[in-house]
Design a protein around this ligand. Structure first.
Ligand SMILES: [Zn+2]
Length: 296
């Protein structure tokens, strides 16, 4: 007589779980379910569908060895189960953490995004450009004007001090018409700001009116205005003078607070809604997974 366990299963007799054992008696095989010391006879092997009873097929080793193996295997199973449980819990916690992270980022983004959108829409047209020129003596002034659209201008000198004089555009035009200077006028985009070198000898009448002692000067220039810049004192030779401009927004180009806000708010909501849904799903999913792993 030999007996072998073929795995764990649910007993059709009593409904409890046990080892499914096949006993060989007189050349015939019979199926039993063993609950500790209690054996329940199920029936001859050829009349029983063992697969219906079996839950976890293991080995087909002889019973004695199988029993010890089974005890060991059950321990292993318990360990695997608790390991699996831990893995599931870790995954659940990661889901909750990622969800919470996305949620916080989304809330944070929704607070700062209006500012970002506003900054972006303004800075996207404020493209600063400029040019630098060498200054070798103090006999030249620079006439700056912006006849197409108003512009903000930043003037900076290196190793030189300059004076300035604001004049109306028509004065600037008469200076331009009268000048003998062969030096080219420079156009600076995007405002189409123009810088023309003028000999100071040609604007003698204005020289007394120049004022200041600057190394840096910022001004907003309208289309009917012009600015004369005169580097009157050099510390090194050559020194340099730089002009930077950024096109300033005017009139209808400026973002209108009343129309701009609702637009950007709905834009922000639409762009953030999928992330909110994802974040909440992750948190709920992680929580449910965690509870499931605890109950198991
Ligand atoms: Zn039973």
């Amino acid at each position: 007589m030999s007996a072998r366990s073929i795995g764990r299963g649910r007993c059709p007799k009593c409904g409890r779980e046990g080892s499914v054992v096949i006993k060989m008696v007189g050349g015939k095989e019979y199926v039993y379910v063993k609950h500790g010391r209690t054996w329940h006879y199920i029936g001859p092997l050829e009349k029983i569908d063992v697969n219906e009873i079996l839950r976890e097929p293991t080995t087909t080793l002889p019973l004695k060895e199988t029993e010890t193996l089974n005890i060991h295997g059950e321990k292993m199973n318990e360990e695997t189960k608790s390991l699996n449980k831990t893995v599931v819990e870790v995954i659940a916690l990661i889901l909750v953490a990622v969800g919470t992270g996305i949620l916080l980022l989304t809330i944070f983004a929704s607070i700062i995004l209006p500012y970002l959108v506003a900054f972006w829409s303004v800075s996207s047209v404020n493209i600063a450009t400029g040019f630098s020129t060498m200054i070798e003596d103090t006999t030249k002034a620079y006439l700056i004007y912006s006849p197409i659209r108003s512009a903000s201008i930043s003037i900076q000198s290196d190793n030189a001090y300059f004076k300035i004089l604001a004049v109306p555009l028509y004065t600037a035009m008469s200076i331009l018409n009268a000048t003998q200077s062969q030096e080219l006028e420079t156009h600076i985009s995007p405002s189409d700001l123009r810088v023309k070198p003028i000999k100071t000898s040609e604007i003698q009448g204005l020289m007394q009116s120049f004022f200041g002692n600057y190394t840096s000067y910022d001004i907003q220039l309208d289309t009917n205005q012009a600015l004369l810049v005169w580097p009157y004192k050099l510390q090194t030779n050559p020194a340099s003078l730089s002009f930077y401009t950024s096109r300033s927004l005017t009139g209808s180009e400026q973002p209108q607070p009343n129309s701009f806000q609702p637009l950007s708010m709905s834009f922000i909501f639409i762009s953030l809604a999928p992330r909110l849904i994802l974040a909440v799903s992750l948190i709920i999913g992680g929580y449910l997974l965690y509870r499931w792993s605890k109950n198991k």
